[in-house]
Structure formats: structure tokens, C-alpha cells
Ligand binder design. Structure first.
Ligand SMILES: Cc1cc2nc3c(=O)[nH]c(=O)nc-3n(C[C@H](O)[C@H](O)[C@H](O)COP(=O)(O)OP(=O)(O)OC[C@H]3O[C@@H](n4cnc5c(N)ncnc54)[C@H](O)[C@@H]3O)c2cc1C
Length: 257
């Protein structure tokens, strides 16, 4: 199969957060450049297939690295993800040469509210890590203010990103992070925010002082959350142009009885 439009990646590590959530670390021969928030199209290409099996995934790392990081949920009856879970360290993955997407920081604003379900936190981690890198190397001295709201059914689904973003929010006053769990009865040790992220959003936007007229809003991940959160942003007075979305899939129509 012709692979000239693709780059070869090597799977270096898979970190499992649950049976169906994992971070895939891959290495590339060359540093990979993109704008934080964009997605790569990755998957499997081999001679046994008629065509490449590829899907889009948000890049979690900051640009310019040979280590690429993807936070992926396995869809049991999906085509690609069950195959990704059979890969071992050292196996090949392929990536379309161009990393693309418009779900990037809207820099007409200095304040940003970013809402995610589970894996949808990936673009925000990339944006936060990139801002820290640019502060550290002196390329910026006036950081954008960010509130990241991150929802999952149980706390372990938020993975190591919960720990990382909590620690960064303690370190940097421009970053606020709110993890929330919608099934606390399945996570009895959880003592943080409870409820679906779309339901607790308004309270935190108000409490952290992100005024609608000065703030861009972002929603990423599950389509139901996105529809709900966007309704909330509109009712709160956010400008339509300042509301951005990255829907990871379209819900399947349920067969009627
Ligand atoms: C711009 C963009 C960025 C994305 N980034 C990520 C990412 O960072 N991490 C990630 O895990 N996924 C991400 N996705 C979703 C990803 O591209 C695949 O759709 C997903 O991994 C399923 O692929 P599959 O081949 O296993 O299933 P498919 O065979 O493509 O899908 C089978 C069915 O499952 C549904 N489906 C797909 N994903 C889910 C889901 N999570 N839950 C329930 N049903 C689903 C689809 O609607 C489809 O009907 C992104 C999608 C887009 C459009």
C-alpha cells in the first residue's frame, strides 16, 4: 500500500486508566509541528487491508516534540480502537502528514472556558502545556486565563490529566481546573465536584469570574455534553462567535421499538 502521504510512528507506551481508556505514547522520527488543539489522523496501514484504517485524535502533547500523546477511548464495536488495543510496544502506527483542525485558542479573547468529557481534555492539555512552555522560554509574559472543566463518570477516567492539571492549577494563577464525577456512588473515595460537567458548568464560570463578554468558550468530546453546554453558554450571554466545539462522534440513532 502507498504510504507516501503518511508518517510512520512507533508505539512506545500505553498507559491504561480503565478497561477502555488509555494514553498512547508514540514516537516520530522528526519533531511534529502543529497548533495546540489540533488533531492528527492516525491508524493502521498494512498490505492485508484494501485501504488505510485511520481516525482523527486530538494531540495531547505540546508542538515540536517527537513524542506524540493521544488519550483514546475504546469503542467495543468500533473498527479501529479494538485493533489499537491489540498493539504492543514497538508496533507501527501511521499518521497522515498534516495535523489539522480549527479547535485552537481563539486569541481575540484573553480568557477561555474549556469544557471536556473524559478524552476531550486532550486539546486543552496541549494548549496549557504550550502556554507554560512559552512562558518558560520567554516568548510570552502575559498568559491567557483559563478554566478547564473536566467530566467523567468516575475519577480514574480522567487519568493522569486530573493530577497534572490540578498540580498546574496550584502552580499558576492563570489556570483553574475543575474535575467532576457523575457517578460518585461508584467512586466512594471521591470528594471533589459531583455531577455532569454540563450541569455544574454555570456555577464555576460565575464563581471564577469569567464574564461572558470577555471570554471564549470551548466544548470537546461527547455530543450530548456539547449541545447542553452550548445552550448554557448562549443563555449566559456568550457571543455565538466565541463558542467553539469539537464533537468526537455523532450519536447512533436508536432503533425504534
Ligand atoms: C476532530 C476529532 C478528534 C477526535 N479526538 C479523539 C480523541 O482524542 N480521543 C478519542 O478517544 N476519540 C477521538 N475522536 C473520535 C475518534 O476519531 C473515533 O471516532 C473513535 O476512536 C472511534 O473509532 P472506531 O474506529 O473504533 O469506531 P468507528 O467504527 O469509527 O465507530 C463506530 C461507532 O461508534 C460511535 N463512536 C465513536 N466514538 C465513540 C465514543 N467515544 N463513544 C461512543 N460511541 C462512539 C461512532 O459514532 C460510530 O457510530 C475524535 C474525533 C474527531 C472528529
Amino acid at each position: 500500500m502507498d504510504t507516501s502521504r503518511y508518517s510512520r510512528l512507533t508505539l512506545t507506551e500505553r498507559k491504561d486508566f480503565s478497561d477502555d481508556l488509555a494514553v498512547f505514547h508514540c514516537s516520530s522520527d522528526e519533531p511534529v509541528e502543529f497548533t495546540p488543539g489540533q488533531y492528527a489522523t492516525i491508524g493502521l496501514i498494512d498490505d492485508e487491508r484494501d485501504r488505510p484504517l485511520l481516525r482523527p485524535y486530538s494531540v495531547v502533547n505540546a508542538p515540536g516534540s517527537t513524542d506524540l500523546e493521544f488519550f483514546i477511548e475504546r469503542v467495543d464495536d468500533g473498527d479501529l480502537t479494538p485493533e489499537l488495543w491489540t498493539l504492543s510496544e514497538g508496533d507501527d502506527l501511521w499518521m497522515r502528514d498534516k495535523i489539522v483542525g480549527r479547535f485552537v485558542l481563539d486569541d481575540t479573547y484573553r480568557q477561555h472556558v474549556m469544557v471536556a468529557t473524559v478524552t476531550g481534555v486532550g486539546p486543552y492539555v496541549s494548549i496549557v502545556r504550550d502556554q507554560i512552555r512559552r512562558l518558560n522560554n520567554g516568548r510570552i509574559d502575559d498568559p491567557h486565563r483559563m478554566l478547564v472543566l473536566h467530566g467523567g463518570s468516575r475519577s480514574w477516567e480522567l487519568g493522569t490529566y486530573r493530577v497534572e492539571l490540578s498540580r498546574l492549577a496550584d502552580t499558576y494563577d492563570w489556570l483553574n481546573y475543575v474535575p467532576t464525577v457523575s457517578r460518585p456512588w461508584e467512586d466512594p473515595d471521591w470528594d471533589g465536584e459531583m455531577g455532569r460537567v454540563g450541569d455544574v458548568l454555570r456555577k464555576h464560570v460565575d464563581a471564577h469570574g469569567f464574564a461572558p463578554e470577555d471570554t471564549a468558550a470551548y466544548t470537546c468530546g461527547h455530543p450530548q455534553m456539547i449541545d447542553k453546554a452550548q445552550g448554557m453558554f448562549e443563555r449566559a450571554g456568550f457571543s455565538e462567535d466565541a463558542i467553539h466545539e469539537e464533537k468526537y462522534f455523532v450519536e447512533r440513532a436508536h432503533a425504534s421499538a
